[in-house]
Design a protein around this ligand. Sequence first.
Ligand code: FAD
Length: 437
Amino acid sequence: MSETLEYDAVIIGAGIIGANLGFEMSKAGYRTLNIDKLPAAGYGSTANSCAIVRTHYSTWSGVAMAYEGFHFWKDWANYLEVEDERGVAEFVQCGGVFVGDDERYTKKVLPLFDEIGIEYEVWDAEALADRLPGIDTGEHAPPKRPEDDEFWEDPPRQITSVVHSPIAGYITDPQLATHNLQRAAEAKGGEFRFNTEVTGIRVEDGRLAGVELPDDSLVLAPIVVNVAGPHSFVINEMAGVADSMNIKTRALRHEVHHVPAPAGLDFEKDGMLVGDDDLGTYFRPEVGNHILVGSQDPECDPQIWVQDPDEFERAITEDQWRAQVLRLARRLPTLGVPSEKKGVVDLYDVSDDWIPIYDKTDLPGFYVAIGTSGNQFKNSHIAAYCLTRLIQAVEAGHDHDADPVKVKMPYTGLEMDMGVFSRNREINEASSFSVLG
Ligand SMILES: Cc1cc2nc3c(=O)[nH]c(=O)nc-3n(C[C@H](O)[C@H](O)[C@H](O)COP(=O)(O)OP(=O)(O)OC[C@H]3O[C@@H](n4cnc5c(N)ncnc54)[C@H](O)[C@@H]3O)c2cc1C
């Protein structure tokens, strides 16, 4: 039976960012409703996130936001202000090393670390081998695929230096973290509706009026936020705002593989996050003494852009499994390559410059938190915090396009200029144009 409901704000999506926005907006006094077509919070692309927390980004705003995000994770249980009957997601601060590409790390990232005051060390190959026994410290760049004969050649030289970031780590259960946020939002009056697909955006007199549901039901609200992850472009088209945005979003297929750690190596306890630009991978410890390995999208890897985010190949492919696991085996030579392929396949919601869009749109009342480009799990809270303040300012009449909203971030006190995440920015050439942001 059709019904008409009314809220202050509808949030389309209940992934980590949508749920976090539900919490932040509820705290700010809005009556919110998160609507998700899946059966529970964090069941979309968030479920398959590697949930890595690192501050290595190519721009000041990227580094500053991630550093702020790190403080939220450190303070997670307090931040939630409520207990979840399922327990609280854990931040494992195992530290991380970032290997290769001086242009990216030494010349670009470290001055940003210095400016913001982020702790790091520069290690030589010997220090790396001491800290991570069994690691190969050869320099293999540029990344290649195993089909290429050069992939198998001995590395011509040793790595000269790597950057060690002691604050890096990962969240053990991204779905639980999202459930934590659902409970936190509910405690502030926020509501969630699952198994419900938004099928239309209602516009009246040139202003957003609410969302339409399949059974002719209507949820009226003066504010709607598109936090639909890889479906972001579908929702933007529904709202008729896609053409008016300078920066667009597309869905990109991504495989992450799970392999047991090499025999005799307790990688779960002694391992750390490794961002390996040299071989084109990233990997981290996973529960059960496993290793989780993903691609840094090196040029030699094919990119699979998906036209319909509901229809894509969810099975691991032999080619990408071989490429990633063999790259990992070059770095950890005692790794056994299992015959059974294990891992996950999901979609990144990629913007043109791999930097998110946290913004208003040309349709008054319609906002977006999209283009998270495989790298915004770690920033869900600070993104939600900043977007809530942007929405408050715009709804109070502020012209954010002409004079971008600036937000003082709560833990670091750094000021974030939200114009950086504008839909109408020029492509940010400082970006890595990869998952590194
Ligand atoms: C394989 C993988 C690895 C990653 N690793 C990392 C990492 O290590 N570190 C990091 O920081 N980030 C990482 N990311 C990125 C991070 O996970 C995402 O940026 C984040 O999860 C996005 O959250 P979200 O809430 O925006 O989107 P999602 O979790 O995708 O949620 C969007 C929700 O919208 C719903 N929806 C869509 N359309 C509709 C509709 N019409 N009606 C109702 N509901 C709808 C969907 O069902 C979905 O639940 C990774 C991503 C992937 C895919």
